[in-house]
Design a protein around this ligand. Structure first.
Ligand SMILES: Cc1ncc(COP(=O)(O)O)c(C=O)c1O
Length: 358
C-alpha cells in the first residue's frame, strides 16, 4: 500500500484507530455547511465572528486566540516561530538568548509523544531532547527540569497524554513553567474536553505559556480541520507572523461556528466516551488484558505477545485499532478510540471473540 498523502487507508471498518469522533459531528454543522453560498466559496474567508465566538467559548479575549488549520497546523507554526536559529523578540524579552550558543535551538518533550512535535523540529534544524516517561507513563519531572538549558525554546506538555491517556499533574506543569521562564511551554490539550481539567488560566498567570486545542475530537471536526492556539498576544505574535493569511477555509469557519453554537452535541459525545471507557475497562479486566485508565477518548491496551494477532484479528472483524508498540513504554500495546457506546460494544464483542480463541 503506498501513501499518497495523509495516513494510509486501512480500508473499511469501524475507525477506532485515529481518536476521531465516530459519532460524527453535530447536525447543525452539516446544516451550516449546506448553507454555504457561492459567494462564501468564491471569496477569502472572514474570521472575525469565528474568532470572537471561539474566544467567547473559552472565556478569552479575541486577541489571545489564533485559529489554525487543525492543531497540526498550530504545532507547525509554533515550531517555525520558536525554533528558528534567531529567537523571536518576545522570547528574548522573557530572557531567551537571541541566538542559541550552539547555533541550535532546542525543544524538550516526553516520550512517547505526538510525532509531529519531533518532525517539525527536525525540519527546522532544531534539536529535540526526548525524555522517556517514567513507569506507567508518569511525567519524568526531574529529568525534564535537568534538560532545560539556555538553548531551550519550546517545551511540550501533552495532557491528557496521547497515547497513554494519563494526565500530567498541575504541580509538574507549574514546576516546568517556573524552571523555563525564557522558553515557551506549550500545553497540548487536544483531549482536555474528555477530562474537564484544563490550563487556560496558566496563559494569564504566566507570560510564557501557550495552550493548543483541537475541534477534531469531542466536536467531531477532524475532516474540516480546526485547531486553536491560546496565549498572550506577545507570544502569539511570532506565530501570526508566519501564519498563512487565510489558513482556515470558509467551510471550516461555518462549521466551527455551528459546532460552538450547538451546546448539546459535544457534552453528549464526552458522556458516551466516558460510558464506553467504563464498559471497556470492565471487559479488559475480565479478559485479563492490562490497560491504563484514560482521561481521553481512547484507551491504551497491552496485548503483549499477541499484539499482531489482536490488531489483525480486530481488523478482520471490522474494527480498526492503532498499533503503538514501537513507542517508548508501549511494547505489546494498541490504542483504541472510545466513542458512542454502540461502537464500543462492537469492539468488545470482537475482543471477546479473539480472546475465546486458544
Ligand atoms: C496530542 C495531539 N495533539 C495534536 C493533535 C492534532 O489535532 P488536529 O486534528 O487538530 O490536527 C492530535 C491529533 O490526534 C493529538 O493527538
Amino acid at each position: 500500500m503506498s501513501i499518497i498523502q495523509g495516513m494510509p487507508n486501512l480500508g473499511p471498518g469501524l475507525r477506532l484507530h485515529l481518536n476521531e469522533n465516530t459519532a460524527g459531528c453535530s447536525p447543525a454543522v452539516l446544516e451550516a455547511i449546506r448553507r454555504v453560498t457561492a459567494d462564501d466559496v468564491a471569496t477569502y474567508p472572514d474570521y472575525e465572528a469565528a474568532v470572537r465566538e471561539t474566544a467567547g467559548l473559552i472565556g478569552a479575549d479575541a486577541d489571545w486566540v489564533a485559529l489554525t488549520n487543525g492543531l497540526d497546523d498550530g504545532l507547525l507554526l509554533t515550531a517555525i516561530a520558536y525554533l528558528m536559529p534567531k529567537a523571536p523578540e518576545g522570547l528574548v524579552t522573557l530572557g531567551a538568548l537571541p541566538v542559541a550558543p550552539s547555533g541550535q535551538a532546542e525543544q524538550i518533550l516526553v516520550l512517547p509523544t505526538f510525532e509531529p512535535y519531533i518532525i517539525n523540529a527536525k525540519a527546522l534544524g532544531a534539536r529535540t531532547i526526548a525524555i522517556p516517561s517514567d513507569a506507567d507513563f508518569a511525567f519524568p519531572l526531574a529529568k525534564v527540569l535537568a534538560a532545560i538549558s539556555p538553548n531551550t525554546r519550546l517545551i511540550f506538555i501533552n495532557t491528557p497524554h496521547n497515547p497513554s491517556g494519563r494526565p500530567v499533574s498541575e504541580a509538574d506543569i507549574r514546576a516546568v513553567i517556573a524552571a523555563a521562564p525564557h522558553a515557551v511551554v506549550f500545553i497540548d490539550e487536544a483531549y482536555h474536553d474528555f477530562q474537564g481539567v484544563h490550563y487556560l488560566s496558566f496563559t494569564r498567570e504566566f507570560p510564557n505559556v501557550i495552550v493548543g486545542r483541537t475541534f477534531s475530537k469531542a466536536y467531531g471536526l477532524a475532516g474540516i480541520r480546526v485547531g486553536l492556539l491560546v496565549g498572550p498576544p506577545e507570544l502569539l505574535a511570532p506565530i501570526r507572523f508566519v501564519m498563512p493569511l487565510f489558513n482556515l477555509n470558509a467551510v471550516a469557519v461555518a462549521a466551527l461556528r455551528a459546532a460552538i453554537a450547538d451546546t448539546q452535541f459535544m457534552p453528549w459525545c464526552v458522556a458516551q466516551a466516558r460510558e464506553s471507557k467504563a464498559l471497556l475497562y470492565e471487559a479488559l479486566t475480565r479478559l485479563g488484558l492490562p490497560h491504563w485508565k484514560s482521561e481521553t477518548n481512547f484507551v491504551l491496551v497491552n496485548a503483549g505477545e499477541r499484539l499482531p494477532e489482536f490488531v489483525a484479528g480486530l481488523r478482520a472483524k471490522g474494527v480498526l485499532v492503532r498499533d503503538r508498540s514501537k513507542e517508548h513504554g508501549c511494547a505489546g500495546c494498541f490504542r483504541i478510540t472510545m466513542g458512542p457506546v454502540e461502537h464500543t460494544r462492537v469492539a468488545i464483542a470482537a475482543l471477546e471473540a479473539l480472546c475465546a480463541k486458544p
